[in-house]
Design a protein around this ligand. Structure first.
Ligand code: UDP
Length: 250
């Protein structure tokens, strides 16, 4: 798909969104910036944009094959994704399979504990409020989406979780938790948007039992473990290996 870059529509912490010369189609540039703790911690990692753009693209392609509606249309270059223009619903949908991060800070559940069934948490995406965790009643009060739309989003998130657990399992990665964002396209259809990458997922390496070495995601940055780009590169390498294997076996 050949498209030309139009004016900047929006700049976020890790991505820039540009209009393109095709209606309803935007170009998303993945930046090298890394932020954590509501952008209090900030750094740049050479090549992170390319790695996340490619990892996200592979994952969206896989999810589309599984029937999940997403904004992904293709890739323009190493760091530019082509996507449907959507109105982002300001909610962060987190699905957890293993206890980590804020779940362990806010409850007595210890890191690494496998949850009996996936836990879905919804946060209000608003930096100035620190992205607070919502209750169902607060979500209803905010009136951002209808009850039916909430159910549709939750069902999609659980389905994505099932598909992604299998996707990562094949390459010896454990999907601990992840965050999704959804948007409304021009036909008022809810579709998966944003990115799915080691910036937005916790991924542990099944090939390592060391609690620090096994971390292959943004926690390497959050916890100052070093080797951020090496970890992201390892994920891309394993995904590409798996994709070329499954292509030759088709
Ligand atoms: N996450 C994200 N963006 C956010 C908050 C969380 O992508 O603004 C991801 C995070 O990388 C992890 C999952 O959502 O994979 C759960 O994050 P958690 O609630 O534990 O928050 P954290 O302690 O990581 O800030």
């Amino acid at each position: 798909m050949q498209l030309n870059q139009g004016p900047l529509l929006y700049e976020g912490k890790a991505k820039k969104v540009y209009r393109s010369d095709k209606p309803e189609t935007v170009l998303i540039e993945f930046k090298n910036d890394a932020t954590a703790f509501n952008a209090v911690k900030h750094s740049e990692f050479k090549d992170k944009g390319r790695l996340n753009c490619q990892i996200s693209s592979y994952i969206f392609e896989f999810l589309i094959e599984e029937g999940i509606p997403t904004h992904y249309l293709g890739r323009l270059s190493d760091t530019f994704m082509i996507a449907q223009n959507v109105k982002i619903i300001p909610l962060e949908i987190v699905v957890r399979n293993i206890a980590a991060g804020s779940l362990c800070k806010q409850t007595p559940i210890k890191e690494g504990v496998k949850l009996r069934s996936p836990l879905l948490d919804i946060y209000y995406k608003e930096d100035s409020l620190g992205d607070p965790l919502l209750t169902d009643k607060r979500l209803k009060l905010l009136d951002l989406i209808s009850f039916e739309q909430q159910q549709e989003i939750e069902n999609l998130a659980y389905e994505v979780n099932t598909f992604l657990i299998a996707f990562f399992e094949r390459i010896d990665l454990c999907l601990v938790d992840f965050k999704l964002e959804f948007g409304m396209n021009n036909n008022n259809k809810i579709i998966l948007a944003d990115e799915i990458s080691p910036d937005t997922c916790r991924l542990w390496d099944n090939r390592s039992s060391d609690p620090k070495d096994r971390i292959l995601d943004k926690d390497r940055f959050r916890k100052d473990l070093g080797g951020v780009i090496e970890a992201y590169g390892e994920i891309l390498k394993r995904i590409q290996g798996d994709f070329s294997k499954s292509k030759t076996s088709r």
